[in-house]
Design a protein around this ligand. Structure first.
Ligand code: NAD
Ligand code: IPM
Ligand code: MN
Length: 359
């Protein structure tokens, strides 16, 4: 029996996670999955009940779980609170508290969605790349940070971009290992032309590649060029290794190559054998929350990643991914996706996927 913790969060989080939960129930019932599910509050929902976005109890519960599946956190209701008490801080503390340093964000264009991207079909057809985003370092966590008053009566906001050699090496190792299971090509993305932290990043990745992964074809790219190359010719990439902030930005941009932000799952991994966290890359989408409009695919595909990386059930991961592909092939689309023949809401999309688990 494995343990899974569900953290629905805020906005569309509970809506999309409810569909993933139905998939888990179906897998437990009909496909030999043996997962015990618990739920807890994270983000704004936790602030409203406990006054803090992540309680010590929830963090302990997460540590005691094999896998954690999250919806999304945040929203306008909490956007005026100080940083340390915002919903997003709960997620950052969860990632940090579990030492989840490597964030896999696959951007795959499903065949049925080739026409749904805002880019030309011939540019995105067959796209299949993975970001390995460093997740618990960089400017998100660097010190010093703050807002301070200036002598002239003005104010200064400041954050620190910072990486140690070991922080770079451990996430780079994940990316090299992943590249070996794919095409053995790895592109490391940085701003080593502008930042010392970027230069150290490039040097460490280069040294690790030369010493431990000479078989992997390593290249480097500046982050601004990478943003352009992703829309110019995205299929040149296989595995992209990058830092916390660049990975955040580039993965949202890459989501549109697949048709929608609502299609991209993610896996946050730390040391093997410890708990891992799975979440769609999108946010709480306040503009469509509560309307049965959200696409649950990213969350259901995140569940598939949990089955593959955390629960050692690659067979069930493939079953879930095939069910998503089939629902799309048969024309099921949530509102933000173009094309298709069955325009459905969040729950009906979940149902269409569950109905295809058996095929
Ligand atoms: P967002 O990702 O919530 O939404 C951006 C746009 O994409 C919106 O138009 C939204 O409707 C659409 N969208 C997102 N997910 C969708 C889905 N599954 N189906 C259909 N459309 C979808 O980004 P935002 O609006 O900038 O942020 C809203 C809140 O979410 C903020 O508080 C932000 O901090 C938070 N956020 C949380 C996470 C997370 O929990 N991992 C990620 C990103 C943003
Ligand atoms: C994401 C989100 C988070 C991030 C926020 C909500 C902390 O944008 O998971 O992509 O920036 O990492
Ligand atoms: Mn993001």
């Amino acid at each position: 029996m494995s343990r899974m913790l569900l953290l629905p969060g805020d906005g569309i989080g509970p809506e999309v996670l409810a569909q993933a939960e139905r998939v888990i129930e179906a897998l437990n019932r009909d496909f030999g999955l043996d997962v015990e599910v618990q739920s807890a509050l994270l983000g704004g929902a936790s602030i409203d009940t406990y006054g803090t976005p992540l309680t010590a109890e929830t963090l302990a519960q997460a540590k005691a779980s094999d896998v954690i599946l999250m919806g999304s956190v945040g929203g306008p209701k909490w956007s005026d609170t100080p940083f340390d008490r915002r919903p997003e801080q709960g997620l950052l503390d969860l990632r940090k508290g579990l030492s989840l340093f490597a964030n896999l964000r696959p951007a795959k264009c499903f065949a049925a969605l080739t026409d749904s991207s805002t880019l030309k079909p011939e540019v995105v057809a067959g796209l299949d790349l993975v970001f390995v985003r460093e997740l618990i370092g960089g400017v998100y966590f660097g010190e010093p940070r703050g807002i301070e008053a200036l002598a002239d009566g003005g104010r200064r906001g400041f954050n620190t971009q910072s990486y140690t050699d070991e922080e770079v090496r451990r996430v780079a190792r994940t990316a090299f290992e992943l590249a070996r299971t794919r095409s053995s090509r790895l592109c490391s993305v940085d701003k080593s032309n502008v930042m010392e932290a970027g230069l150290l990043w490039r040097e460490e990745v280069t040294m690790l590649g030369a010493s431990d992964y000479p078989d992997v074809d390593l290249s480097h790219m500046y982050a601004d060029n990478c943003a352009m190359q992703l829309v110019r010719e995205p299929r040149q990439f296989d595995v992209i290794l990058t830092d916390n902030l660049f990975g955040d930005l580039l993965s949202d941009a890459a989501a549109m190559l697949t048709g929608s932000l609502g299609m991209l799952p993610s896996a946050a991994l730390g040391e093997s054998g410890k708990s891992s966290l799975y979440e769609p890359i999108h946010g709480s989408a306040p503009d469509i929350a509560g309307k049965d409009l959200a696409n649950p695919c990213a969350t259901i595909l995140s569940l598939a990643m949990a089955l593959r990386h955390g629960l050692e059930r690659p067979d069930l991961a493939e079953r879930v991914e095939s069910a998503v592909a089939r629902a799309l092939d048969e024309g099921y689309r949530t509102a933000e996706l173009t094309g298709g023949s069955h325009r459905v809401g969040t729950a009906a999309m979940g149902q269409a996927i569950i109905a295809r688990l058996h095929a």
